[in-house]
Design a protein around this ligand. Sequence first.
Ligand SMILES: *[C@@H]1O[C@H](CO)[C@@H](O)[C@H](O)[C@H]1NC(C)=O
Ligand SMILES: *[C@@H]1O[C@H](CO)[C@@H](O)[C@H](O)[C@H]1NC(C)=O
Ligand SMILES: *[C@@H]1O[C@H](CO)[C@@H](O)[C@H](O)[C@H]1NC(C)=O
Ligand SMILES: *[C@@H]1O[C@H](CO)[C@@H](O)[C@H](O)[C@H]1NC(C)=O
Ligand SMILES: *[C@@H]1O[C@H](CO)[C@@H](O)[C@H](O)[C@H]1NC(C)=O
Length: 476
Amino acid sequence: MYRLFQVSLFASSAIAVTLQGQPKMLSVIADRVKPWSGNAANVPDGKMFMLRKDPSDESAGFIINTTPNNFLTSTSSSINDISTTPYNDPNSATQGIGDAGANFVLKANTIPIPDASVTGMRGNGSMYDGGSWWIFNAFRLSETSQPDADPNSLIGFEHNEDYFAGSGGGDCTYKSIGIRYSQDLGKSWARSVPIVTKGQQTESCDEANRFTGTGDFAAMWQPDRKEWVILAQEGPLVMSTSSDPLAKPGSWSRIDPVSGQTQPGFIGSTDEPLVHGDLSSIAGSNPSIIRDEHNQCWHMVYAKWGGGLAYTNTTDLYRWEAPMIIWDDPDMTPNTQYPTLVGDEGDTLATDGKTTMYFTAANHVEWGRPLWSVDLTFGGATLSANDTARVANGTFTNSTGSGATDSDSTGTGTGSAPASSSSPPAAAEGATTEQKDSTTPLTDTGDSDDECPMDEDDTSHTTATSRMRRVRRVGA
Ligand SMILES: *[C@@H]1O[C@H](CO)[C@@H](O)[C@H](O)[C@H]1NC(C)=O
Ligand SMILES: *[C@@H]1O[C@H](CO)[C@@H](O)[C@H](O)[C@H]1NC(C)=O
Ligand SMILES: *[C@@H]1O[C@H](CO)[C@@H](O)[C@H](O)[C@H]1NC(C)=O
Ligand SMILES: *[C@@H]1O[C@H](CO)[C@@H](O)[C@H](O)[C@H]1NC(C)=O
Ligand SMILES: *[C@@H]1O[C@H](CO)[C@@H](O)[C@H](O)[C@H]1NC(C)=O
């Protein structure tokens, strides 16, 4: 096994991106969610969003939303500080969906559901969220596309799952991306409506092809172009953009900024996805994007198919540096996935060049999919004593953080925890998807600049020649 820690990942320059120590397994979210969630086994993974409760009052703290839709509060952007009581009343949670329920009040959609003939959905096009749905990213409209909006007005980018019986006997899932809005800081949300789908939803799925569609993504606001940007896994990562302030259905196109090709509409190519040419050298899933004001760029991490966490950065959200693996530990795969970068201003912004990367890796406990974390710093930023403390707390004493191996670990991720039959944990699913690794060898650009540079001469990336036959969905 090899591990990277306390080393610069760019030998040619001053410190660029640095893992501050060894990732550690954390109990914090699981411990505090268990008392009020009947289904803690399905609660914690690394996918979460975090935003300030009140942008004008730092003492108000943060709202954290983990999958599946467990809203929590925190006094700081560290999950060590999450409250033992949830943000919303669990008794008002919307129940009856495929997972543990959503901890908010569900309201009717405010935008019409687009017709199945354009979204590619089965039936009348309204069943996209019949299984599960999780808000992956939320933004204040007042901090993004609508500066005059009420600060309590949020836009949420959602992962939707439609569960259906396939004609091949499969228990099938079609994933899509939706948009939803809240007027009361996430206490209630309008039902989402689809914005990005993939291909025509087909019922001819079987056990080997149970997961179709697209739904594992990161969204971000591009202030210079005044565009919403989504990077989503369709094998390798693909990019979609919308210049509609509310990111509404019908306003999205897939785009490859390297070749200049675009695919307007919901479903993209019915044949091969329009892969982002800069990101095809490491195909992977579940990206997380954060703005770094200190270094004037955005950073992205994602899970490489087959194991390992990949990293890249950009100055414009269009062209990305060649991705590279920043952490890979065979002990922790195939479960290393769902990374989220969190900075001092939540999961969308770091002002000081420092983030904590939360993710899910091998299970060394009895429940669910435990959260792991490690601090990542950029451009030579160093941690203070306070920064270090935020990762240290809540660590399991018997985790592999010291380098000792838990030989009893099965790495299957589910332990003895009950799992919903309609919602197999992704770890179990991953065990059968790992063989599809379409990664081509990583080439370092040799860039020696600490800033987030765009090397316009870098044409070394090639389009991935193989494609994932199946996509891994986010389970909960
Ligand atoms: C669409 O189909 C579903 C499932 O058959 C049904 O429950 C729903 O009422 C239909 N909606 C409309 C608008 O027809
Ligand atoms: C770690 O904790 C788990 C869950 O309590 C336990 O099953 C396992 O044996 C422990 N491992 C070690 C090395 O103590
Ligand atoms: C470190 O944390 C303590 C306690 O929360 C706080 O009083 C202090 O100002 C912090 N120091 C820095 C440099 O942020
Ligand atoms: C760690 O968390 C526990 C429980 O939340 C708290 O009592 C303790 O003060 C924390 N320790 C540090 C060093 O923050
Ligand atoms: C962005 O990535 C490039 C190459 O991958 C690296 O040289 C640069 O230092 C990174 N920027 C930051 C601020 O980490």
